[in-house]
Structure formats: C-alpha cells, structure tokens
Design a binder for this molecule. Structure first.
Ligand code: FAD
Length: 481
C-alpha cells in the first residue's frame, strides 16, 4: 500500500466539511477539527437559520402583498383591507429555525463520518513550522481542557468569521443583538432598528418587517445594498419604503445603548433613534487570531484575512485556506469550492483555479436579487465591454397573474460574439431563476442560444429568453451602425 496523505482541517463549515468529503474520496486520511459543530456558522448561526426565518417571512409577504389583488377574503368576508390579520409566533418560528440547524449539522456529521473522516470536537491551531519530513503539528484543545497533537502533511484552515461589534454598541443578547442571537427571541420586536444595509442587514430588515415589526434600517451609504446592482438596490429600497420601512440613508450609527426596555441608537450627526431592539449587521471579523499563523509562515492581510491564491494555497507550504477567513467572497458556495479546490490541488488531482466570474449569488429579500458574472460596475468602469438589456417584470404575463409588481431581468452580452457575460434577476424566487443565466455564463453560451431554447408559457423565466431576443436585436443594430 502506498503512502496515505494525512490531512487536518481546522473549521467544519462549508469550506472545511466539503473539503473533508473530497479528500476522503481521494483516499486521504482526514481529520476535521471544529469547536462548534459541523456545518459551521453557515449551518448553525448564519446562512441556514436566516433562510429558515426568511421562509416564514416570505409566506407572510406573499400573502400580505397580493391577497387583495388575488381576491382572497378571510374571516367570513369581513372587510379587512389595511388590517393585518395574519401574525407570527416568533418563539415557534425560532424553535423551528434552531431545530433545522441542529438537524442539518447532524446530517453533515453523519455523512462526513460515513466517508471515513475523523471528527474531533475542539479548538485547533498550528504549532510551529514545517518539520524536516514536511509535516506540521496541529494542537487541539478539547472542551474539557485536554490537549491533543495531530500530525498533518496538509493543513486546511477554514475557520470562518464572527460578527463585528462596534465598541459603543456591545450586544447584550436581549435587545442589542448580533445576527447569531436573534433566534433566542420569544416575542417579535415591536420596533427593530437594523444597523447596516449590506446583504445581512437588508435580509433581516425585510424579514422582520414582513413578520410584523416596525423596522428602521440605518445605512451609512447613499442607498441600501451598496455592493449590488444599483437598479436592483433601487427596486428593493422603493419596496421597503412602500411597505412602511424607515430607510435612513447616509446615517452612520456610532453607539447603541439600553434605556429600560428600549434601545437608543446614536448617529454620527448626533441624532438619536429609539426602538425596542437593535440588530447590528456591520460586517464580520476573520477567525484568524490564535491559529499560530505567523510562526507557521502564513501571511494575512491588514484586515486579518488569510491570503490565498486561486488554488487556495497560503504563503506556507502545505497549508491551504478556504472560506470566509480568506475574505475572497463570503458565500457558502465559494467556501465549499475553495475547500474542494485545495484538496484537489494538495492531492494532485485535476484542478481548475477558482473563477469568481461564474459565481451566482442571491440576496434573500422580497423581491430576491440574484446575480451572476460581470456587473453594471464592471461595464461602467470599462473592465468588460458589454451590451445590456433590462426587462421589467411588469410586462411578463405570469408575473401579472401572480400579482408581481416589482422586479426585472437584466442580461449582459459581448457586443461582437453575443456571449452572455452576466445577468441580474430581481423577482420572487430569483435564486431559482438565475440558474439558466449562470449556465450561460459558465458555458459561454450566446444570447441566440438562450433565445432559441424553449421556456414554459406563461413563466417568469420567459423574460430571460425575451431579454436574450432583445439583446440579439440590439447587438445586430450595434454591428450595423
Ligand atoms: C446572516 C448571514 C446569512 C448568510 N446567508 C448566506 C446565504 O444565504 N448563502 C451563502 O452562500 N452564504 C451566506 N452567508 C455566508 C456564509 O454563511 C459563509 O460564507 C460561510 O459560512 C463560510 O463558510 P466557512 O466554511 O468559511 O466558515 P463558517 O461557516 O464560519 O465555519 C467555520 C467553522 O470553524 C470553526 N472554528 C473557528 N475557529 C476554529 C478553531 N480555531 N478550531 C476549530 N474550529 C474553529 C467555527 O466554530 C465554525 O464552526 C451568510 C452569512 C451571514 C452572516
């Protein structure tokens, strides 16, 4: 029998556990060290819980925003216009959220164990540099204070991040909350102040508003979702305001403090806003401290993220890193891909370097905002020469039938070849609708190929084909002029 590569993975989120599965399939001896539970923050506190909460919010919004138009009457025909007649039991919702998260973590542990991976519960760190035989030591401190040394030919660091806190807005877990703490609430916040209008802030603001809270969204920027397609962000901000959210642009929060059963948030310009609860969504800090990186020769950026190349190598031989701790693109799907790539590379398998231009992502608001490929900003700054068509969903037959008022499909293609290089879908379930555009971007399909493929009539995805047809015409007109 040949030599079996020993792999130790620190961190059991998507970056770690997906890598473990691949490495085990490729015949390595794999140990995964995690201190909180497999699935990581993605499964236990971030991605899975938030999307489970949003599943309830989504049903509420769909009902609230379209029941009248669709002719739905409840409560013996009483005139209930402008009155909310559905409510939410947040304690029950949150118990479901936590139950699903734990079950998902359990499922992952089972499949990883079944694949032959050893799971060690504890905190791991690198100890020293590389030994003469090329191996490294990983020290694990278990919950009961015991220490264990593991030897590894390859180490993968996939330790993720934790919520950033403002010095004058320390979360108390009751009224000033991080996104990991909201699932302990039994009662719906009456007036929720959400600080931060990035993806996390926008998702929670939209969700709690749908659940029935009065929401104020404090944004330090001109508009919500500063990193997203500007047209999409405008649609969302308009929808938020129309539904009664107080969206405060160019308002930087500096402090939050409890005053009795209220929370006061102080803005940089001195204004003070009051709510019953405050959710801080002001970014994340990489879990890179205490990992023994400097001694091991692993370089980090000023923000503390571990520097990696496109095959997940760090600056130290035999040490790879994946996921949010690298700061490459904080998505579960990207973490998983970086982890797999690391293992393919370390174990000498065929590997394609990470290509961020094919990553599709979604903001789980209502409407959802799904994006893939080159963006409006890339086209504007000249990074990509592309022709664009944007089709509002108002003209889509299925959208009309479903009472969908807001949203659009946007496609970008290269002017000469017609190859699709990017797209945005703003619609309910945009996360499901982006896939054909994602395939097109990945496979270099042309607008003609998209336009020629059948779509169901009536369907919202029909707008993707229609946008492709219009782009074909626009591209030809551009060629002829
Ligand atoms: C509110 C919210 C919603 C999100 N929703 C989505 C979404 O819908 N879709 C999406 O793609 N992404 C989403 N994300 C991002 C996604 O959660 C992250 O990209 C993903 O969790 C990154 O995975 P990871 O493997 O890098 O780390 P994590 O999931 O953070 O896992 C890291 C693990 O390492 C453990 N760990 C840390 N240090 C050590 C140590 N020294 N020893 C042992 N274990 C350690 C941690 O306890 C944790 O279990 C969301 C993020 C947030 C905050």
């Amino acid at each position: 029998m040949g030599y079996v590569t020993r792999i130790v993975i620190i961190g059991g989120g998507p970056g770690g556990y997906e890598a473990a599965l691949v490495a085990a399939q490729l015949g390595a001896e794999v140990t995964i060290v995690d201190r909180d539970g497999l699935g990581g923050a993605a499964v236990l506190t971030d991605c899975v819980p938030s999307k489970t909460l949003i599943a309830t919010a989504e049903v509420m919004t769909t009902f609230d925003s379209s029941y009248e138009e669709l002719g739905i009457v409840v409560a013996d025909g009483a005139n209930l216009a402008n009155e909310r007649f559905i409510g939410v039991d947040l304690g029950k919702v949150n118990r479901r959220v936590k139950r699903l998260a734990v079950a998902q973590s359990h499922d992952i542990t089972q499949s990883v164990t079944r694949a032959g991976v050893t799971v060690v519960r504890g905190s791991g760190r690198l100890e020293g540099g590389q030994a003469l035989d090329g191996s490294r030591a990983v020290i694990v401190e278990t919950a009961d204070g015991e220490q264990q040394e593991l030897r590894a030919d390859v180490v993968l660091l996939a330790t993720g991040t934790h919520p950033r806190e403002l010095p004058d807005a320390e979360p108390d877990g009751e009224r000033i909350l991080t996104w990991t703490q909201v699932y302990n609430l039994e009662e719906l916040p009456e007036e929720l102040i959400v600080v931060g209008s990035g993806v996390t802030g926008a998702e929670f603001a939209g969700a709690y508003q749908a659940l029935g809270s009065k929401v104020t969204l404090v944004s330090s920027r001109d508009r919500v979702l500063p990193g997203e397609d500007p047209d999409a962000a405008t649609v969302l901000e308009d929808v938020f305001r129309r539904r009664g959210m107080n969206v405060m642009g160019r308002s930087r929060a500096e402090a939050a403090r409890r005053v009795g059963d209220k929370v006061e948030v102080t803005l940089a310009d001195g204004r003070v806003i009051t709510g019953s609860h405050c959710l801080m969504a002001v970014g994340s800090i990489p879990n890179s401290e205490g990992l023994g990186l400097a001694v091991a020769g692993v370089r980090t950026s000023d923000s503390g993220h571990i520097k990696v190349d496109r095959v997940s190598r760090t600056s130290a031989p035999g040490v790879y890193a994946a996921g949010d701790v690298t700061g490459v693109l904080p998505l579960a799907s990207v973490a998983a891909m970086q982890g797999r790539i690391a293992m393919y590379h370390a174990l000498g398998d065929a590997v394609a370097p990470l290509n961020l231009k094919t990553v599709s992502s979604n903001v789980f608001t209502d409407p959802e905002i799904a994006t893939v490929g080159y963006s409006a900003a890339d086209v504007e700054c000249g990074k990509m020469d592309a022709v664009c068509v944007k089709l509002p969903l108002r003209s889509n037959a299925r959208a009309k039938m479903q009472g969908i008022r807001d949203g659009f499909v946007k496609l970008y293609c290269r002017p000469g070849t017609g190859i699709v290089v990017g797209g945005v879908v703003v619609a309910p379930k945009a996360s499901e609708l982006i896939h054909p555009i994602s395939l097109a971007v990945d496979l270099n399909l042309t607008v003609e190929q998209i336009a020629n493929a059948f779509t169901v009539y009536p369907s919202v995805s029909g707008s993707i084909a229609e946008a492709a047809r219009q782009l074909h015409v626009r591209k030809r007109a551009a060629e002829e002029s």
